[in-house]
Design a protein around this ligand. Structure first.
Ligand SMILES: Cc1ncc(COP(=O)(O)O)c(C=O)c1O
Length: 375
């Protein structure tokens, strides 16, 4: 379906095209090359960590991080169910058990009190999610992890550039994942990263990312024989993709500013015209990057149908993971998460992207107001 107003659009310019084209035109190093380490260094410096490692998706990045942290069979990892399924599956694919804790209503991130309820002697890690670009109550979760000697891996897929005070998300965890999939703050089409201050973790993930190979040089450009010292995958980001990452990162502050303008406009118009809607506001001192603009509404499914009829795309982020067929029927999860289940019935994400025409924001808000006038 072609939407009159899509949910998101990529923000790109000639610098993106030129840097990618230069890499292609070189006729060399499309897989491995210096763009990757340059992009890694720039992301580490932007987020404020010692190390960064690029991957071909956020999902493969989290997979590698869990292996590197030594998480596996018999371990439990506490995550929200109000997330993309990949957060929970990351534990499944290494043989660990995702244990779902409920969220709280302000940030829609993990509720620290329920995390404490879910800790058992098997708990090895907490994996909090910064929903839609809003930091979760990450400082309290860090304290809980420290008090209980538990690892914390942030799922910052949706919150690149978000911060609590002066500290960016991604610097609270023992490691943190960022996604560069096409609907994220900066994007390489597909892609992801892990940031960490741990040299040991970084070295382990480097092996896991590329077949467990001890890479003393670019594998494709050397006659040297390399040894394989661990089990690994091909989770590598390509050098072409990394070129796009470098040019995207150069404009991240502009992108965030443009998103804030759209979110601000929605907030003003919706609070004025549609009292039925509940708008999510980040707590004081939390810097929200608005990867999503999600609101809670009555009669959500009716509203979405009306928006669709008017060519406006909206989407449910998220339907709870513990209620999916796979978790409920294949794995037998019976978890009850009252806040998650209530929020998931009311939540809807509205179109937002950098440079979204203001008249489109007016159109969306007017359509919502029209719907509640007659329903
Ligand atoms: C919260 C969350 N976690 C994990 C992921 C997975 O990232 P990717 O799509 O880059 O594999 C996403 C993005 O889709 C996400 O939104």
């Amino acid at each position: 379906m072609t939407w009159k107003i899509p949910l998101f659009k990529m923000y790109w310019d000639d610098d993106d095209v030129n840097l990618v084209s230069d890499t292609i035109r070189s006729g060399m190093n499309w897989a491995v090359g210096e763009n990757i380490s340059k992009f890694e260094e720039s992301v580490a410096s932007y987020i404020g960590t010692d190390y960064c490692l690029m991957f071909n998706s956020g999902t493969s990045a989290t997979h590698a991080a869990l292996i590197a942290h030594g998480i596996g069979g018999g371990d439990e990892v506490i995550t929200p169910s109000f997330t993309f399924i990949s957060t929970a599956n990351a534990s499944r694919v290494v043989g660990a058990k995702p244990v779902f804790a409920d969220i709280e209503e302000k940030t829609l991130g993990l509720n620290p009190d329920d995390v404490i309820n879910k800790i058992t002697p098997k708990t090895r890690a907490i994996m909090p999610v910064h929903y839609g670009g809003c930091p979760c109550r990450i400082e309290e979760l860090r304290e809980i992890a420290d008090d209980n000697n538990i690892i914390m891996i942030e799922d910052a897929a949706e919150a690149f550039g978000a911060a609590v005070g002066e500290k960016k998300v991604g610097t609270f965890g023992d490691s943190a994942m960022m996604s560069f999939c096409q609907n994220k703050i900066i994007t390489t089409g597909e892609g992801g990263a892990i940031v960490t201050d741990s040299r040991e973790l970084y070295e382990k993930m480097k092996l896991i990312r590329s077949h467990g190979r001890l890479e003393t040089a670019d594998y494709f450009s050397t006659t040297a024989v390399m040894d394989y010292v661990a089990l690994g995958y091909n989770f590598r980001m390509s050098n072409i993709t990394a070129a796009l990452g470098i040019s995207q990162l150069r404009k991240v502050e502009r992108i965030i500013k443009m998103r804030k303008i759209i979110a601000g406009l929605y907030t003003n118009l919706l609070s004025e015209k549609v009292p039925e809607i509940s708008i999510l506001a980040a707590p004081d001192g939390y810097m929200h990057v608005h990867q999503l603009f999600s609101v809670r509404v009555p009669d959500r499914d009716g509203l979405m149908q009306f928006l669709t009829e008017n060519g406006i795309m909206s989407k449910i982020y998220f339907d709870p993971v513990h209620l999916t067929h796979y978790y409920r029927h294949e794995l037998g999860y019976q978890t009850s998460l009252p806040v998650t289940e209530r929020v998931a019935k009311e939540i809807v994400s509205l179109p937002i992207y950098p440079g979204m025409p203001h008249e489109d924001v007016y159109t969306v808000v007017q359509a919502i107001a029209d719907y509640y006038l007659v329903n």
